[in-house]
Design a protein around this ligand. Sequence first.
Ligand code: XIL
Length: 369
Amino acid sequence: MLSKNHVITLKAAAFLSLSILHGTGYAQKIPSLKDTFKKDFGIGTALNNAQIDERDPETTAFIVRQFNMATPENIMKSALIHPKWDTYNFEMADKLVAFGKKHNIKINGHTLVWHSQLPPFIRGIKSADSIRTFFTDHIKTVAGRYEGKVYSWDVVNEALNEDGTMRKSVFLQYLGDDFVTEAFRLAQQAAPKTELYYNDYNNEQPAKRAGCLALLKKVKEAGVRIDGVGIQGHWHVGRVPLKDIEESILQYSAMGLKVMFTELDIEVLPRNFQGADVGQRMAANAQSNPYPDALPDSVQQQLAADYEALFKLFLKHKDKVTRVTFWGVNDGDSWLNGWPVRGRTNYPLLFDRKNQPKPAFGKVIALKK
Ligand code: XIL
């Protein structure tokens, strides 16, 4: 016969093993990406408000175990951090910095100059002087505040068109095509100890890459510091452009720049265009959300093969690639559930909606075994 104490002990043991299986204990048993690639490059993730706020301790523990670098998904964009002409809102960005400090995670500030997610007051500005004042104050204030607190900045994001020419943004329109050099010059003054990067999508594609190389060369030739280039890496399953990626790693690093993959995800749903222009949308139809319940095994295997090939390439050039950042912790967090079509069920990352490793994760980790 079991005594009352025995029953309690058994219950406690059952609870303990259950929490090991399903709670943070379980997460500890999954190999860690950041530890696996410790000697090769940093492993980052995008972080959203709930994650920065540490609303769920299990999620925090999971993030801290897997990643050693982080980029805010939205909160440092100008619309959020600089909502009115003379008003800044640093609350969440400060929390992010504290999160990084507490958990030993390096923060990449994202982003100082971008044509998208601008504060609404920008639309009312119709003079070059006012745009210049906004541009200068914004960079000085934000980069200055986080000097010594963030590891790096995406100083300029997405200044280029697909053909390598300059995008017709409000900055190009009012400040001319030297605005990129000017942005780096201001950032360098405000944040002399912080690494400064240019970031874009499709800048591994030959035409856009050529424009990107020319743009970054121009910054360097002006005697202005730029430390690295970010290739966002929003790719498509079965169509990851490995050759172009390798060429890009070689050409950018030949310019003396660090190369980073800054927003990695692999789209598995139908799409009629390539890239990550957030202004571009796609109409929903009967075929646009094909896997509402689960990813078919064939696609899962292709996704795994794609991630394996990518990480093989990153490892081959680990002397040039300094960071690989995923755009989201798990499939449920991904922006691709809402863009370019709202309300889809997407599967672009290494962890599923319950933070369980997918076959792609196993393949990536196995490269180091
Ligand atoms: C995305 C965010 O993930 C979304 O939450 C937001 O609604 C739009 O922006 N390129 C970038 C990122 O540089 O900042 C974008 O992030 C994705 C494309």
